[in-house]
Structure formats: C-alpha cells, structure tokens
Design a protein around this ligand. Structure first.
Ligand SMILES: Cc1cc2nc3c(=O)[nH]c(=O)nc-3n(C[C@H](O)[C@H](O)[C@H](O)COP(=O)(O)OP(=O)(O)OC[C@H]3O[C@@H](n4cnc5c(N)ncnc54)[C@H](O)[C@@H]3O)c2cc1C
Length: 435
C-alpha cells in the first residue's frame, strides 16, 4: 500500500532512478542518460564512487607491466562521465523505501543536512546497484574496540590517510584480507601476518589451508597482485593444493611486507576495553586447530575479512524473486541475461547481483542501463538488440579479465541461468548471452 504523502514533500521525477552510485550504478547512468533517459542516481555516501573509491587497483598493461590505479580517480572519472551524459547524482541520500511503479523514499544520511535532497523520487524504471556488505567474523573478542573490517581498513588507509593502529593482524586469508594488509603496510602499519580464523560455528569462509590455497590460486591466475600470484605459484610448483598445504612453510610466506600464515589460526581476540593481542593456535593441514599449543601475539588492531554478501533488501521490497546462491555470495535477485528481474521495470547490476570486481560491475551497469533504456522505449528494437548483445559480450569479457572474489561464480551464474529459465513463461525467455 503506498505511503501517505504530505503536501510539503519535495518530489522529483525521472525516467530512471538508479540506487547506488558505485561502478555499477554509474555505468548504468552513463548508458541510460546517453540514450536519452532522464536519470537520477541516489547514493547514501557523501560522494559517488562506491567501494571502488576505497581501492587501489593493479592493472597489467599490454607489455606485462603493472600499474597501480587509485580507485578514487577511476570513480571520479565515472561520476564525471555520468554527469556529462546528463544524469543527476544526489549523494547523502539513503533510499529506505521502494514502492511499485516506482516511488523511492529518501532520508538524508546526515540528519543535520535536511532540505538538500528530495523526499521522494518518482520514476518509470529502477536500476538497483546497491553493492555488497561485509560478513562479520564473530570470534571471541570481535566486538572489542580496535577490531575493524577489511573495508574499514581500506577506507582509513586509502581515503582518509589514517593509520588505524601501529601493529595489526589480518584474520581472513582471502583476496580482500590480503588487499587490506597491503594497503595497511603501504600506510605504515606493521602487519604481523595474514592468517585464517580457527573454524567455528560462526566463522564464514574456508579455514583449511588446502581450500585457502585453492581459492588464492584461482584468484592469482588473473590477478596482477604479487601476493595473490605467490599462492598460485606455490600450487603450480607442487602440483596440487593439498600437497602445497602440507609443504607450506611453518613461518608463513612473505608477501607485501607481511606474512601469509596458513598453519596457524586465530582462536580469539583479547584485551581489556581495547584490543591487546590475538590468541593463535597451531593448525594442521586438515584445518584442525590445536588449542593446547596456543600463543599470544601482541597487536593493537585486528582486521577481519569473512567475505561479502549482496545487499538485496530493496529488491525484496520491490517484490523481486530472490534465491540463495552461495556461489554468488548469498541471497540474490533472480535476473535474466539482460539483468532484468522478475518485476518489470526493475533491473540489477554489480555486486548486489553476485559479488564482482569493479570493472565487471561497470560493464554490468552498461548492460542494465541499456536494458532500462529499451524498457523505456528509448531504443528501436533493432538498436536494442544490437546494443544489448554488445553490452552482454563486454560483461563476459570483463569477467574473463577480472575474476570475482568468489571461488565458483561461474557455477553460480549457471545456476542463475537455470533458475531464470524455470521462472519465466516460455515466450519471455531471451537468448542473449553473457552476464
Ligand atoms: C568492503 C569492500 C571492499 C572491497 N574491496 C574490493 C577490492 O579491493 N577489489 C575489488 O575488486 N573489489 C572489491 N570489493 C568488491 C566491490 O563490491 C566491487 O569492487 C565494486 O565496488 C562493486 O561495485 P557496485 O557498484 O556493485 O557496488 P559498490 O561499489 O558497493 O556501490 C554500491 C553503492 O550503493 C550505495 N547504496 C547501497 N544501499 C543504498 C541505499 N539504500 N540508498 C542509497 N545508496 C545506497 C552505497 O553507498 C554504494 O556507494 C569490495 C567490496 C566491499 C564491500
């Protein structure tokens, strides 16, 4: 049922409302606005750019050299391109409600800043590009001051140029944990090690050395990052991840000014009012911690990384069907080859549709923006077919060049294709390929 509206509400109208001004939302804005749609991008952060603004990405050039690319410059260029195409970007605006055809209710992110943003945006179509959230790592002591997530570490080190502490340990031996460790080392923090959490009821993600090596090795096949490549080389040299896990050096392997340690695991974080140390137990190659052989490592900061989960609440509110697909990061909306959902006029893109890297999110944004423009009747049928096909090909290419943080996103995408085919009536199934 639509909410009651007061006469004093500030209402703005658009053809297309995009929720999320990260790489996916901005990509969609560039394409849809470029096709003639009146586009409004809404983001609750103080500036557009999403998680890309926090990252320092590495890209391999055609000659094999590796260049560091500050994400904040890339995201600013994307926001400039969206604005140049005619999109209006409203930041500091949190979308808390999405009601059919289509009303988006906003609240200012900063309550001291009322009146700057509209209360309500009415649009004919919506692209949801809300990104992902970090999973908590609930081990004993995880609520102590001094425990921060990998994303917070990236924001402090790369955006605010603040060292969160003097000596840190990263708990979570995955690509995001390694990336955060590198960013902290560059910021001048002593990072004792990157190591897994001991397996436990509330611990998400692999703890067994073999699984961790497999995950990092898969990532390393594409990543120009030295740390990720290293784990890959270990596997290449020894043939299989199981053997690599057994041969793994006791003191860990040096990476980016820290150590990747796989035969020890953090069992608890300790301190009185603030982090003082982590408890570290020896772990065998089968991932069993030996708590009788524990030692205390003094640190003042603990960075956790336990994977990412898509943010899908607004899709659920819009009535989109969702499914639990762990291979894509958790609950995701069902979507078709052109990123339409089960609700006409609602499209998705980026990590909220399955955790993905920034370049893939941008390409998905272009695809969703094209599909939304076609839905709005701004493209001829011929132009729509051609552009959708080109945009889908670009997504597939971006996926080949930038693997997701997830070990089996290809399996997740196959599952999505199957579910989509089963969900829709036969005459609504399209054959466009690539997601
Ligand atoms: C903490 C973290 C660290 C990451 N680090 C890396 C990395 O180092 N390398 C890498 O390749 N990938 C990383 N990723 C993956 C990341 O999701 C992609 O790189 C990329 O940013 C995805 O783009 P996106 O546009 O889908 O989402 P995001 O970049 O997350 O953008 C989503 C935007 O939606 C906005 N938003 C969400 N909900 C609302 C709402 N209700 N109202 C208004 N605005 C809303 C957010 O403010 C955000 O700006 C990271 C992800 C996270 C969560």
């Amino acid at each position: 049922m639509p909410l009651e509206r007061s006469a004093t509400m500030r209402v703005e109208t658009a053809d297309l409302a995009i929720v999320g001004g990260g790489p996916a939302g901005l990509g969609a804005a560039v394409t849809a606005a470029g096709s003639g749609a009146r586009v409004v991008v809404l983001d609750e952060a103080p500036a557009a750019g999403g998680r890309l603004s926090l990252q320092v990405r590495e890209e391999r050039g055609p000659d094999g050299t590796i260049a560091k690319k500050p994400g904040r410059l890339e995201s600013r260029a994307l926001a400039d391109a969206a604005a140049a195409a005619g999109a209006r970007i409203i930041t500091g605006a949190s979308v808390w409600g999405l009601f059919p055809e289509w009303e988006l209710y906003l609240a200012p992110s900063d309550p001291a800043d009322p009146g700057r943003i509209p209360d309500l945006v009415r649009a004919k179509a919506v692209v949801l590009a809300t990104g992902a959230a970090q999973n908590p790592l609930a081990i004993p002591g995880w609520t102590l001051p001094g425990v921060i997530t990998a994303g917070a570490a990236q924001a402090l080190a790369n955006v605010h140029r603040v060292r969160p502490g003097r000596r840190a340990v990263v708990v979570g031996a995955d690509p995001l944990g390694l990336t955060a460790a590198r960013d902290l080392v560059l910021a001048g923090v002593e990072v004792t090690a990157v190591l897994p959490a001991a397996p436990g009821r509330y611990v998400i993600g692999p703890s067994r050395p073999e699984e961790i090596i497999r995950n990092l090795a898969r990532f390393s096949a594409h990543s120009p990052g030295a740390g990720a490549r290293l784990a890959g080389r270990l596997v290449e040299r020894t043939g299989i991840a199981g053997l690599a896990a057994r041969l793994y050096p006791a003191g860990g392997v040096a990476i980016w000014g820290t150590r990747l340690v796989l035969n020890r695991a953090v069992t608890a974080i300790v301190g009185d009012g603030a982090v003082r140390a982590v408890m570290v137990a020896a772990m065998d190659a089968d991932g069993r911690p030996h708590t009788d052989r524990q030692e205390e490592w003094p640190v003042d900061t603990v960075v956790t990384s336990a994977g990412l989960a898509p943010i899908v609440e607004l899709a659920q509110m819009a009535g989109c069907q969702t499914a639990h697909v762990p291979a894509l990061g958790g609950h995701v909306p069902l979507y078709g080859p052109d990123l339409r959902t089960t609700v006409p006029g609602v499209f998705v893109a980026g990590s909220m549709a399955g955790i993905t890297a920034a370049p893939v999110a941008v390409a998905q944004g272009h695809l969703a923006g094209t599909a939304a423009a076609a839905f709005l009747g701004l493209l001829s049928p011929r132009a729509a077919t051609d552009r959708l096909s080109a945009a889908a090909t670009a997504v597939a290419q971006a996926r080949r060049q930038n693997p997701s943080f997830l070990p089996d996103d290809a399996g997740g995408l196959r599952r999505m294709e199957e579910m989509w085919r089963r969900t829709l009536p036969d005459d609504d199934k399209t054959t466009t390929t690539g997601r």
